[in-house]
Design a protein around this ligand. Structure first.
Ligand code: NAI
Length: 284
């Protein structure tokens, strides 16, 4: 039996790039899939198109799988609710929610006007909230557990030039997911965070990506999504994974051993902090 036989998955932004690969990989393992995609441009502009989601539904059908399309924006509460309803209407339930939809509007902070900030935070961070909440509540009400996989980025977790908007949203997704992993434990709902790297339309014009074409196939990211969605991963809720180019590695927020001042009521002077800084920061 395939790993996800009998499971129902929703993948947002699944009309292309990583989301398409995740949807196909989940379907190949037996999951029935809601393929969500608004069909907009790389920067989120335009009125949207049905064709990207429809094409992926057709690809899944051609493999002998089952899928339905949804064209809502992840950035609206009603849109998120309709995606979960689409899963319930078509397949009776939702077990796996992969928040993947994304856009870019890169500029350094000096030039980062509100029209470049709001849509990026709306699609990534608010979008993760809008879709996850109805998915999570549905899973809780069913009482059969579930899996939520949220897409962050090294741009948010480590930082990157020209992406304060995107980095803030992606780091926000990380914090959201870390909190939800704790909240979801009682209901058996597992939550994971991805920091992927792949050559897609989102990254095609970034320096050096073209030469990495063969190594950064987005399909190389999806086996981790399938693993996390399956029962094989049941012990790692809350984990963050870097994944891409054949490499998978856990990423963690770490706290150094640090130094505790015990005299003077724990009140440091700036000079004392300067003198002990090598013990306060992490080595290396
Ligand atoms: P992509 O541009 O190929 O795919 C994103 C998809 O999301 C598109 O099909 C687009 O139509 C859809 N989308 C955009 N706004 C939407 C909305 N409001 N509602 C529904 N769908 C919407 O990009 P890619 O690279 O596949 O990105 C997927 C995710 O992975 C994004 O969250 C991105 O930030 C993240 N990511 C990608 C990396 C990479 O190296 N490609 C690196 C780090 C993170």
């Amino acid at each position: 039996m395939a790993l996800l036989t009998g499971k129902v998955a929703l993948v947002t932004g699944a009309g292309g790039g990583l989301g398409r690969c995740h949807a196909l990989a989940l379907a190949k393992e037996g999951a029935q899939v809601v393929v969500n995609d608004l069909g907009g441009a790389r920067d989120g502009s335009g009125t949207g198109a049905h064709s990207p989601a429809d094409k992926v539904v057709d690809e899944i059908a051609a493999l002998g799988g089952k899928a339905v399309a949804n064209y809502d924006s992840v950035a609206s509460v009603e849109g998120g609710e309709r995606m979960v309803k689409a899963a319930v209407d078509a397949f009776g339930k939702l077990d796996i929610c992969v928040n993947n939809a994304g856009i870019l509007r890169d500029k350094t902070l000096a030039k980062l006007t509100e029209d470049l900030w709001d849509p990026v935070v709306d699609v990534h961070l608010k979008g993760t909230y809008c879709v996850t909440r109805p998915a999570y509540n549905h899973m809780r009400e069913r009482g059969q557990g579930g899996v939520i996989i949220n897409t962050s980025s090294t741009s948010g977790l480590n930082g990157n030039f020209g992406q304060t908007n995107y980095g803030a949203a992606k780091a926000g997704i990380w914090g959201f997911s870390r909190c939800l992993a704790i909240e979801g434990q009682k209901a058996g709902i597992r939550v994971y965070i991805l920091a992927p790297v792949a050559l897609t339309r989102l990254t095609a014009d970034l320096a050096g990506m073209g030469e990495m074409k063969d190594k950064l196939d987005p399909a190389l990211v999806s086996p981790l999504v399938v693993y996390l969605a399956s029962e094989l991963a049941k012990d790692q809720t809350g984990t963050t994974f870097f994944v891409g180019g054949g490499r998978i590695a856990e990423m963690r927020m770490v706290t150094a051993k640090g130094v505790t001042k015990t005299d003077d009521g724990g009140l440091w002077t700036p000079e004392e902090i300067a003198a002990r800084m090598s013990e306060i920061v992490l080595p290396g």
